[in-house]
Design a protein around this ligand. Structure first.
Ligand code: ATP
Ligand code: MG
Length: 437
């Protein structure tokens, strides 16, 4: 992509309304613009990151045997009356009526809708187990939308739902998602700690939150040091095998947020205790028959006996993760994207766009990178070098190639690692090979 033809409105000034780094940087880097409180438009650069996160989530859900679908954003109030949540949900739910005076709502989550879809077509244990998911916009009229996309009112969530004949099956589904989540966040370059959680309005008796460490996190967290040092991204996982021992190896270690914290256990941990603040990026629930009983979603078992289907739900905050990753990875100059999430892998800077030889050299490098399938953003604008350096650091692409007329005359260009700041002079050919990946 050529910067001169892109839509990347960066800001020099720090927007006054943004209190935390990710919100400031997303506005400054031209990733989002606010539409109204807690509601954002995703500009091209922000959308690329959102899509990368979505695609990692999708690939890992698919690998775990979860099947993608897409439910609507708008739902009829009726369904929520059946579960009893229409009144229970409160003012966070956006409610309205259509032209026929039918009561509608913008979905804050989809337990009712998926239960309705399921009960209309599944009657037998032979169609179980099933794990279904979608990646869809949600609306929650949060009392205090803040921190940009981290606590928005409109936000993108991956939500999955499991259906099993019995509790043992439901726990198997829960364990699949537990391990899948650890891998998903690791693939993004993030380490999420699973923490036992309260179940809240979704209900049920088993729940974990996945929390990444960041100073600006909304919850206080404490955990055993070992939980910060696992490595599952490269491991071969058999999702059809018995995952309980692997899950137990995580849940046996102390980890808790806010109200779940236990001062006695924490004191006993001594040096192994890590405390800090965290951002919740995922949340999984086993809630059994809470919705299936209320909504009459029953299946016949092998003996012909009918029972309410066992369910769980599993959320990941896709749009929140864009902000959370920036909270975890930034410095004073801007964002430090992990490679897996970077909107482009390489930023190519032409230091003298009005110099024919320099521009011809950049053009060759640009084409070469494109041919190799490398995602590159080419800053071909007629701007001063200082402006280009600052903008490129701000948007945080992992690799920079810096081309000036003097170096180019000797076939030497600079490669900069955004994270370490290290700059190395190389020949054009070596530079392209080094960054192309
Ligand atoms: P929180 O405790 O942060 O309010 P929640 O428990 O209400 O979240 P869930 O219903 O578990 O959230 O939703 C699943 C995931 O969706 C959360 O883990 C979080 O990452 C994301 N999420 C929830 N609310 C928001 C929001 N207002 N803005 C952005 N992401 C959100
Ligand atoms: Mg939660």
């Amino acid at each position: 992509m050529r910067w001169s033809q892109y839509f990347l409105p960066t800001l020099k000034e720090t927007p006054a309304e943004a209190q935390i780094a990710s919100h400031r940087l997303m506005l400054r880097a031209g990733m989002i613009r606010q539409s109204s409180a807690g509601i954002y438009a995703w500009l091209p650069l922000g959308l690329r990151v959102l899509r990368k996160i979505e695609n990692i989530v999708r690939a890992e859900q698919n690998a775990a045997g979860c099947i993608e679908m897409l439910m609507s954003t708008l739902q009829p109030a009726e369904l929520w009356r059946e579960s009893g949540r229409y009144d229970a949900y409160g003012p966070e739910m956006l409610r309205f009526t259509d032209r026929h005076e039918r009561e509608m709502l913008y979905g804050p989550t989809n337990e009712e809708q998926i239960t309705e879809i399921f009960r209309a077509s599944v009657r037998s244990y032979r169609q179980l187990p099933r794990l279904l998911y979608h990646i869809q916009w949600k609306f929650r009229d949060e009392i205090r939308p803040r921190f940009g996309v981290m606590r928005g009112r409109e936000f993108l969530m991956k939500d999955a739902y499991s259906f099993d004949l019995d509790r043992a099956g439901a726990i198997r589904a829960y364990n699949k998602m537990f391990i899948c989540y650890l891998r998903t966040f690791e693939k993004m370059g993030l380490k999420a700690i699973p923490m036992r959680a309260e179940t809240g309005p979704i209900g049920g008796d088993l729940s974990h939150e996945f929390v990444i460490l960041a100073e600006t996190g909304e919850s206080e967290i404490a955990y055993h040091r070992d939980l910060g040092s696992f490595n599952l991204a490269q491991a071969a996982i058999d999702y059809e095998g018995d995952l309980q021992p692997m899950v137990d190896s995580f849940t046996a270690k102390y980890a808790a947020t806010d109200s779940e914290r236990d001062p006695v256990r924490e004191a006993a941990l001594g040096d192994a205790l890590v405390t800090g603040r965290g951002i919740e990026v995922g949340h999984i629930f086993y809630f059994g028959t809470k919705y299936s009983k209320a909504m009459n979603a029953v299946v016949a078992g092998p003996d012909g006996e009918e029972s309410a289907v066992e369910m769980g739900s599993y959320g990941i905050g896709v749009s929140r993760l864009v902000g959370a990753a920036i909270e975890a990875f930034h410095d004073d100059s801007g964002i430090l994207w992990p490679e897996a999430l970077a909107p482009f892998r390489v930023g190519l800077i032409n230091l003298k766009a009005d110099d024919a030889a320099c521009t011809a050299g950049c053009e060759r490098i640009y084409q070469d990178l494109l041919t190799r399938g490398c995602e590159v953003l080419y800053d071909d604008r007629p701007e001063r070098p200082g402006v280009k350096f600052a903008d490129m650091d701000l948007i945080g692409l992992p690799h920079q190639i810096i081309v000036g007329p003097r170096g180019l005359a000797k076939d030497l260009i600079e490669v900069k690692d955004r994270r370490t700041g290290a700059r190395i002079e190389m020949t054009t050919e070596a530079a392209v090979a080094a960054v192309a990946g």
